[in-house]
Each structure stands twice: as C-alpha cells, then as structure tokens.
Ligand binder design. Structure first.
Ligand code: ATP
Ligand code: MG
Length: 429
C-alpha cells in the first residue's frame, strides 16, 4: 500500500518492522541501535527521550511523556526518509492505547472518516477494497481476532457501501496489534529500503569523489550492512577547498544510513606533478588511479577495512574499460568492490535522488582527476608498458609525500586534522 495518499492522523507511537535476516546474535543490538538512531533523526526530538519496546521482529517507539504526538513535519520526515533506511522492512506511525475495545473504537471512529476521505480521492470505486488485520499477541484479550475484525467490518461496510471486503489485496487496511502492553493501531505502512542492517556486513573504505556514482556505490554497500569509511583525493591548491566541503556534505548524507563513517582527504598533487613530468601523457589517468588505490589501501589497512569500494561503471569513461580496470587493480593489494559495475546511469541517478546525494553531486567543482588531464587518455593500457613507465617514479618518496598531506575531516564543520599516524605505516610496494 502506497503511503503517499495517507492523511496525517494523531500518532503517539511508531512501529518499526525489521527483517530478521542479519539481525541474529551480536548484530541485533548494533542494528537496533542504528535503527533507533535513524528513527530519532527523522523524529528530531519528537518524543523527548523516547523509549523503545523491542519485540521479536519489531521495535515500538513511544514518547517520554504520555500525550505527546508526532507533528506533521515528523510524519513527513518518516515518509521521506524511511524508504532509504537499510535493513528496515517497514515503519508505521500509529496510535497506542489501552488494551480495551472501547479505546480501540474511540481511535478508529475518530480517524476512519479522515482516512476514508483521503482514500476516495485517490482510489476509484472499483479499487476500494477494505480489510482489517488483527494480530492478537495478548491472548488474554476477551475477543478473538476474527471477532474484532467482524465487529469493525460490520459497521464500516454498512456505512460505506462502496467498500468491498478483500482480505488478500486491500487498498485500505487497518492493522491492529494486541499486545500485553497495549493496543497499537495503524493504517499505513511505509516500506523501508530492505537490504541488511547497518554494521552487520564487515567494513570497507570507499573512494568517494564528488560525482554521482561513488556516493551511490557507498550507499549500496551500506544497504548490504557494510560499514563504510570514505577517502577522497584532491590536488590542492589546483583544486578548490569547495571540493572538500562538497565531499563532507555527501558523507554527511551517507552517514544518515550508518554510524559516522570517517572522511580522509589525501593530496595527490605531489604524485600528479611527478607523473606529469616523467610519464607518458596517455597513461596519466591510469597512473593516478593506480596510486589512488595504493594510498587507499594504506588507509584501509590502518582502519582495518576489509575492502575498497569504487563507483566504477563499465565503459563509462576511459579508466573504466575492463582492460584499464585490470591495469589499475594490478597496483592494489586489496579486494576492490564495484557495486555499480553493470548499473545503467539512469538507475544510478534514481538512487542518488532517493538518498539525497544527487543535488550535491550536481554542483560543479573541479576534480582531482582533471588536473593535468591528458588530451587522449588510453582506453586499453598495456600493463607491461604502464609498469615500465611507472618505474621512472620514485614511488616510496612520492607516496610518503602524499601521506604527509593527508587529513581526517569533520563532516560537521569541515575542520581538517593531520592524519599523522599514517607516516609510520608500511607502503604496499
Ligand atoms: P563518480 O561519479 O563516482 O565520480 P565517475 O563516473 O566520474 O564516477 P571516474 O572519475 O572514472 O568515474 O571515477 C571512478 C571511481 O574512482 C569513482 O567512482 C570513485 O570511486 C573513484 N574516484 C575518482 N576520482 C576520485 C577522487 N578524486 N577521490 C576519490 N575517489 C575518486
Ligand atoms: Mg568522477
């Protein structure tokens, strides 16, 4: 059921259903913490210090003080943000009341007319299919599920002859959960992003550029439960400061979906100058990339990341032919993951829009790769020739020079702190 036609009702609780997959054992606590953080962010303090009621397969969130309700902005935020939250099956804003039929009736008779009015604006008469689904977890409740469903159906169907009872494919559905702690009732199910809970699938370091692709690649990894840190390459002073603030802005959006990925910024300029002055022009881009991979793997090793992630997309640009990817990978001692390898550009853009990175990526800032960019980059570099060309460089010195100019950035205030620990680490040569 699409939630977009749903009106805003009085809501004093939120029910969050998560996929059980990947939430077993130790992961469960971590996941529930991430999910709670995601919910709290959407609700932005709505519930004071909310309390969570964790039951099998779901988390209920209740306000600190009885009587607090969600504002329409908070409900909008849930509808907007939940569809991108990893590991979540669905979320329902709803109403929690005492476990009595009178309390349930009071809420339903108060809200049903509002829901019905919005419903008939969107669904033509031949699509008006009604159902109530009661889940009676509290067997002490005096009526059984079917009796409750029939009790409400009788009156609702009598008063709205255009509604047809349809338990299989209802377009208007009331869900009632009878729990020992009270009743939870909702009309709406906001579908989550699926995937696996944040933090349940290992750790990776992603090469994040200001383009459209790499933020989506990061999101796809996060959606499968991988915790992602970020590394970006700039060519200061040839590339502007704005490039780095843009990366921090993108990382902040991505951190919506996980717990605080770190942002590392490396100045590639010392290497780029040496490559410009010593190597063949047509290999420049490939040389840049090989060294990005080396530097990224140094940082990844330091963080304990298990893999590198890129936004590579087969055939998109010169460096993304199979031949060149192979030549680039040759310099990398770590596993490289390319979640977007076979995506269509339009699909990548659709995800970028859904998660909110697209408008930031659209801001044009010169990228590190364009500094001294060759006129005719090769699309089919010969590995032997590239290695021979690279032998002209004093890599240990150049890599150390780049590491000296490496910082960790705050996504909140863009402050850059020297990453001095990297100066001692071994080089992957
Ligand atoms: P994107 O939209 O992600 O920038 P792109 O289509 O522009 O991708 P390339 O510029 O060839 O493709 O980059 C391929 C991948 O290499 C990027 O997705 C990213 O993972 C990595 N990359 C490229 N430039 C940088 C950079 N300056 N800093 C960090 N990673 C980079
Ligand atoms: Mg790019």
């Amino acid at each position: 059921m699409s939630s977009y036609w749903q009106p805003i009702l009085p809501y004093n609780a939120v029910c969050c259903r998560y996929s059980e997959i990947g939430t077993k054992g130790r992961n469960r606590g971590v996941f529930i913490r991430h999910m709670n953080e995601g919910l709290e962010r959407c609700l932005n303090g709505a519930f004071g210090k909310p309390h969570f009621d964790v039951e099998r397969g779901r988390v209920y969130l209740y306000p600190e003080n009885e009587g607090m309700e969600l504002t329409s902005e908070q409900v909008d935020a849930l509808r907007r943000e939940i569809p991108a939250l990893p590991g979540i099956a669905s979320v329902s804003p709803g109403w929690r009341c005492k476990a009595t039929l009178a309390d349930l009736e009071e809420y339903i008779w108060r809200t049903f007319p509002v829901v019905y009015e919005a419903f008939i604006k969107v669904f033509p008469p031949d699509q008006r299919r009604y159902a109530m689904r009661v889940n009676r977890c509290d067997k002490r409740f005096p009526m059984c599920s079917r009796d409750i469903e029939m009790h409400f159906a009788e009156r609702i169907l009598a008063e709205h002859p255009d509604l047809k009872l349809d338990l299989k494919t209802p377009t208007l559905k009331i869900c009632v959960d009878l729990r020992p702690s009270g009743i939870f009732v909702d009309y709406e199910r906001i579908a989550g992003a699926g995937g696996l809970p944040a933090g349940s699938g290992g750790t990776a370091l992603a090469l994040l550029s200001g383009g459209i692709d790499s933020p989506v690649a990061c999101y796809e990894m996060i959606r499968r439960g991988t915790y992602v840190d970020f590394i970006t390459f700039h060519s200061s002073p040839y590339t502007p400061e704005a490039g780095l603030t843009k990366i921090c802005d993108i990382a902040r959006v991505l951190n919506h979906f996980q717990h605080r990925g770190r942002v590392v910024a490396v100045n590639l300029l010392p290497l780029q100058k040496a490559i410009r002055d010593n190597c063949e022009e047509k290999f420049r881009t490939v040389h840049y990339r090989r060294n990005m991979m080396r530097l990224a793997s140094i940082v990844a090793n330091y963080f304990g990341s298990e893999a590198l992630v890129t936004g590579d997309n087969l055939g998109q640009v010169a460096s993304q032919t199979l031949t060149n990817m192979r030549v680039i990978e040759d310099a990398c001692p770590m596993m490289i993951l390319r979640p977007l390898l076979v995506y269509d550009k339009l699909d990548i853009i659709a995800v970028a829009e859904k998660i909110g990175t697209f408008p930031i990526s659209q801001i044009q800032v010169p990228d590190s790769c364009t500094v001294f960019a060759p006129v005719g980059p090769t699309t089919h570099a010969n590995l032997g020739a590239v290695r021979a060309d690279e032998a002209k460089l004093d890599l240990p010195v150049l890599l150390r020079e780049c590491l000296k100019q490496t910082t960790i950035m705050s996504t909140l205030n863009y402050a850059a702190h020297p990453f001095t620990e990297l100066q001692e680490v071994p080089l992957p040569l």
